[in-house]
Design a protein around this ligand. Structure first.
Ligand SMILES: [Zn+2]
Length: 147
């Protein structure tokens, strides 16, 4: 097994630690880099899991993408798709929901589509999630061509 980012061979412990946490093979230095990103940008671990899942499926995305106003968990820029991970186990308050709606609207005005994916789905149904995102990308591409 080697690191998905730099191809450096992994030892058993590094491999196990990064597979358990991110479902992706990362060497010690890339593991630390991702860990730092999570702490500094406040993105959820599930965003990293999805990022590497998409990468392995041949769908490049950007992790913790700054859109000018806020950090988006994941973005697929060529089709202007923002992906936010829904980490809420409890329901949103009305105020939070309005806030989310406003930020979706702002992004939409700039041509960005925002989808929200529950953390649980990424943890337990990663491949189905990725296939659906692939479908959304195809749909967005078709729409871009029409416009
Ligand atoms: Zn590496």
């Amino acid at each position: 097994m080697s690191c998905l980012e730099c191809n450096r061979p992994l030892n058993y412990l590094d491999h196990r630690q990064s597979m358990e946490r991110f479902k992706a093979a990362l060497c010690e230095s890339h593991f630390k880099r991702v860990d730092r990103l999570i702490r500094q940008q406040g993105i959820p671990e599930a965003a990293v899991v999805l990022y590497y899942g998409l990468k392995e499926a041949g769908i490049p995305s950007m992790l913790a993408w700054w859109d000018g106003k806020k950090t988006v968990d994941l973005a697929i820029s060529r089709v202007k798709l923002n992906i936010e991970i829904d980490r809420g186990h409890k329901p949103l308050t009305a105020e939070q929901a309005i806030c989310e709606l406003e930020s979706t609207m702002e992004a939409f005005k700039n041509g960005f589509t925002t989808i929200r994916i529950p953390e649980l789905l990424i943890r337990h149904h990663l491949q189905d999630t990725i296939e659906n995102i692939r479908g959304i990308i195809e749909g967005l591409k078709a729409n871009i061509k029409v416009v």
